[in-house]
Design a protein around this ligand. Structure first.
Ligand code: ADP
Ligand code: ASP
Ligand code: MG
Length: 404
């Protein structure tokens, strides 16, 4: 019987210092002792990616504009190369044979859309070779190479997607996403103290939460998990030495599963409440209906991504990240353009049939004198866009309390 393969991913704070890298090496050693074949994906250390972006902006104020995206990808991919090489050395010092690969060396083939490339295929020839030889492969997350032989990045937080995509391609039994919290919570545990850890969450709801502010997972990794039915586990790498030594952590965290685990029959429920800041609302009306679809097609062709898009009779409303507004506006001229908003999202099921919940949320907004600029209620998501202000965490805490 061949040994089972696991993909492990360690985020930026997990590999944020030499001590942290040593701790991660011990976690990998514990997996190795269980007889697993291992592919390990790493992010850049701590704030490296942010620091590189700040550095680029000092050199060129236009660094984040589309014209500079190719060079930004060249720059940002260096962050993950640092951590992969350091981790590989730390493993060697523990007597474990490991070899590091960039995204390109790992055969991660992406589109050529710099800054937000998507994975088209993985040709993991070198990973197979090193696994054959009993070595652990360390892969730089968040990056790949296009068929045009250009180095690309997958978008902020994209190492999770590298890990799950590799898990799908290599037939991993499980993908372990090690991070700085011990699972996916009903709200951001750093901002909402009453947030509760979820033992299980469906990949579909995790996808919706992740695309709306639950940054603990990159939303696109959940598309892949869902499509290829790959089990994902989110857990903390901040473990005590004896817990690692005794292997008392493999079952920790939140299990993300391809199907629903809901026990509620048709009752409405909310699993996660999150917020996304720095978003904009763009609205255009007075168009011919046929032109609305043409415009949507044009936006899709442009590869721009949005959080929410709603077409209505002779118009269109888009919620997107603030930084993409200019690019969106190069495709249409919105009559309404509201920036620096925060999108509050409740993710769950049966929400169109939950009048008490809607009434409760509206009462909280009214009491706090916060005027929503957009509300959309679907079966799985209730989204409310409001002007950004400092009181939104307490507001979210109240909404969260309503859903428990
Ligand atoms: P990594 O560097 O490991 O990729 P991230 O910083 O990308 O980690 O994601 C982890 C962070 O996600 C946590 O520190 C937490 O503050 C935040 N977060 C936001 N929403 C949630 C949520 N619903 N559950 C858990 N963590 C969340
Ligand atoms: N280092 C990249 C970022 O900070 C990718 C990642 O962390 O997943 O966005
Ligand atoms: Mg992350």
């Amino acid at each position: 019987m061949t040994a089972p393969l696991s993909v492990l991913k360690f985020g930026g704070s997990s590999v944020g210092s030499p001590e942290r890298i040593h701790r991660v090496a011990r976690i990998i050693e514990a997996h190795h002792k269980r007889g697993e074949k291992l592919v390990v994906v790493v992010s850049a250390m701590a704030d490296t990616t942010d620091d590189l972006i700040a550095l680029a902006k000092k050199v060129s104020p236009r660094a984040t504009e589309r014209t500079h995206k190719r060079e930004m990808d060249m720059l940002l991919t260096t962050g993950e190369r640092i951590s992969m090489a350091l981790l590989s050395m730390a493993l060697a010092d523990l007597g474990l044979e490991a070899v590091s690969f960039t995204g390109s060396q790992s055969g991660i083939i992406t589109t050529n859309f710099h800054g937000e490339a998507r994975i088209n295929d993985i040709r993991p020839i070198r990973i197979f070779e090193s696994l054959e030889k009993g070595k652990i492969s360390i892969v730089a997350g968040f990056q790949g190479v296009s068929l045009e032989k250009e180095i690309t990045t997958l978008g902020r937080g994209g190492s999770d997607t590298s890990a799950v995509a590799l898990g799908a391609k290599l037939g991993a039994k499980e993908v372990f996403i090690y991070t700085d919290v011990d699972g996916v919570y009903s709200a951001d545990p750093r901002k909402i103290p009453a947030a509760q850890k979820l033992d299980v969450l469906s990949a579909r709801l995790a996808y919706l939460a992740a695309s709306r502010g639950a940054q603990v997972l990159h939303h696109r990794c959940l598309e892949v998990a869902l499509k290829f039915k790959i089990p994902v586990r989110v857990l903390s790498s901040f473990l005590e030495k004896d817990v690692i030594r005794e292997g008392r952590f493999f079952d920790n965290g939140t299990r993300i599963i391809p199907h629903s685990q809901e026990t509620q029959m048709e009752n409405p429920f909310v699993s996660v409440v999150n917020k996304s800041s720095h978003v904009s609302l763009l609205q255009i009306s007075g168009m011919e209906n046929s032109k609305v679809l043409e415009l949507i097609t044009r936006l899709q062709d442009s590869k721009l991504t949005w959080i929410s898009l709603r077409s209505f009779e002779s118009g269109l409303e888009v919620i997107c990240r603030d930084e993409l507004v200019d690019e969106f506006c190069s495709h249409f001229r919105p009559q309404q353009r509201l920036t620096d908003l925060t999108l509050l999202s409740l993710v769950g099921g049966g929400l169109t049939a939950a009048p008490e919940l809607t009434r409760g949320v509206l009462a909280i907004l009214k009491r706090k004198k916060i005027e929503p600029v957009h509300v959309l209620i679907g079966d799985e998501v209730m989204e409310i866009a409001v002007p950004t202000s400092p009181d939104l965490d307490p507001l979210l805490a109240e909404i969260h309390a309503l859903t428990r």
